[in-house]
Design a protein around this ligand. Structure first.
Ligand code: C5P
Length: 221
């Protein structure tokens, strides 16, 4: 029997990270923010003096990545997000990060993973899949507040432009493009507070959990 896996996908600043963390706390499941893997590969590739647009250099960084390298607060900056999105287009980088993510999802007790391709590529059999969205304007406002709150001086228009650019790059790449899995439930958080968005997510996951639990009963196997 495999554990209860919750896949939370969606574009930048849609609220998926907050929802994933809260779902993990609610169900007592470990949470992996897979964006951090790509952010770390981007930042460490640059730190090694290579270009994030060089697939071989970025893939070499991805292959040598260690979990403790995901703790760095510098991974939360705007520059790290841009670097992440650029290394994320390389197929070799995505392949190098696959085993770690799949092993995380395969933990016996289950897990929550958030990213862009969890429901489609990393954990296609996950019993609960959410695709969290919001309008670009709302997402840019959230990201702008987060970055200025961290002390980063950035103009709102630049953040909005980043969001549009990232959506186009993440959704347009050849390998594992960002898109909802066919069996994902869409959750638009544009008009929702964090509490309401989480409440909606919880209800979707509860329904999926009930279905998953009945499928685990001996009579239905
Ligand atoms: O979620 P976050 O904004 O931290 O992700 C940063 C970037 O990493 C994304 O824009 C995307 O290009 C890449 N990413 C990805 N696949 C994932 C998670 C993140 O390609 N599963």
């Amino acid at each position: 029997m495999s554990g209860f896996v919750i896949a939370v996908d969606g574009p930048a600043a849609s609220g998926k990270g907050t929802i994933a963390a809260k779902l993990g706390a609610l169900y007592g499941l470990p949470v992996l923010d897979t964006g951090l893997l790509y952010r770390a590969v981007g930042v460490l590739t640059q730190a090694a003096g290579a270009s994030v647009d060089d697939p071989a250099a970025a893939a070499a960084t991805a292959r040598s990545l260690r979990p403790e390298q995901l703790e760095d607060p510098a991974l939360r900056t705007r520059g790290a997000g841009e670097a992440a999105s650029r290394v994320g287009v390389h197929t070799a980088v995505r392949e190098a990060l696959l085993d770690f993510q799949r092993a995380f999802a395969a933990q016996p007790g289950g897990a929550v993973l958030d990213g862009r391709d969890i429901g489609t590529v990393i954990a296609p059999d996950a019993p609960a899949k959410l695709y969290v969205t919001a309008t670009p304007q709302v997402r840019a406002e959230r990201r702008w507040k987060q970055l200025t709150g961290q002390g980063e001086a950035v103009a709102f228009e630049d953040i909005l432009a980043d969001i549009h650019k990232r959506d186009a790059r993440d959704g347009g790449r050849d390998t594992a493009p960002m898109r909802p899995a066919e069996d994902a439930v869409l959750l638009d958080t544009s008009d929702l507070s964090i509490d309401r968005a989480f409440d909606a997510a919880r209800r979707i996951v509860e329904a999926a959990r009930a279905r998953w639990e009945s499928s685990q009963e001996p009579s239905s196997r």
